[in-house]
Design a binder for this molecule. Sequence first.
Ligand code: HEC
Ligand code: HEC
Length: 268
Amino acid sequence: MPKDDFGKMVSLGEQIFEHPKENAPEFVGNQLHCSSCHLDAGRKAGAAPMWAAYVAYPAYRAKNGHVNTFEERLQGCFKFSMNGKAPPLGDKTLVALETYAYWLAKGAPVDDKLPGRGYPKLDKPPLPADYARGQTVYEAKCALCHAKDGGGQIAADGSMAFPALWGPGSFNWGAGMGSIKNAAAFIKANMPLSRGNTLSDQDAWDVATYMNSQDRPQDPRYLGTVEATRAKFHDSASSMYGKTVNGHVLGSASVPSGGTTMKGAPNP
Ligand code: HEC
Ligand code: HEC
């Protein structure tokens, strides 16, 4: 990393990426790190690495129906994955993250299909994905780190040891990881941690279905009713938002988006 002012910005970007709550608290509503999902500080191929993302923007996104700059793409991750608030365009937080991604991407061609971008494609499972089988996988292979209630684990010093997969301390209903398809592909390639590609495709789909059939903070785009919000933003087989699971309509009793940690309160 260069030692000049440019290098300092790269370094700030890396620090925000690894510890967003500490380094960009005004925009972050949970204790997740960017690197909780973009593994190895955004470098790992097959875990949506930043070097492959950087060279893929500006890009049209169906999620908001227009061409997004890289900075705008970063804003979305704060709003949804970090259950926080989008930093304004030009804010130092975005400049630092963009500088870090640019630095990681040096030498890469401008190309939205670099090998290693996003997650490896995962075929549909042999059997329809199943909540009960997913629970069995979860309890055997995930709960040890992410806790039986999905809330993750906080270390004695208050820092996050294992990220929350659902519940009030996790990403909100608008996040990309809330899509069963995305979660299954991420999990297959990357989980259990450091033992990626050990689950069967079926197990990855089942456990992703179980994880995304639990409640989490409200979608910040909430339209006043769960039905309207599902119709506009979640009308897909990959989203359980608005579906009834164990007698509960997902999204109907979610804690508000925006989280508690933004105000300095400890995560539940
Ligand atoms: C809960 C998991 C999670 C967290 C935390 C998270 N992201 Fe993401 N991010 C995703 C998912 C899922 C995608 C979509 C990947 C895909 O569609 O292939 C994504 C996509 C992206 C992309 C676009 C990647 C591409 O190839 O187009 C960027 C850039 C990005 N995230 C940056 C960040 C930053 C910066 C942070 C922290 C402020 C962050 N993310 C936090 C899950 C997360
Ligand atoms: C050995 C501990 C461990 C096990 C077992 C494990 N994980 Fe993880 N998981 C982690 C850690 C740590 C991270 C964050 C990555 C990082 O910080 O490098 C993570 C990140 C995640 C994320 C993205 C972050 C978030 O909060 O959504 C998901 C999804 C996930 N794990 C799902 C699973 C599933 C499903 C299983 C079981 C198949 C599993 N994990 C097993 C340790 C583990």
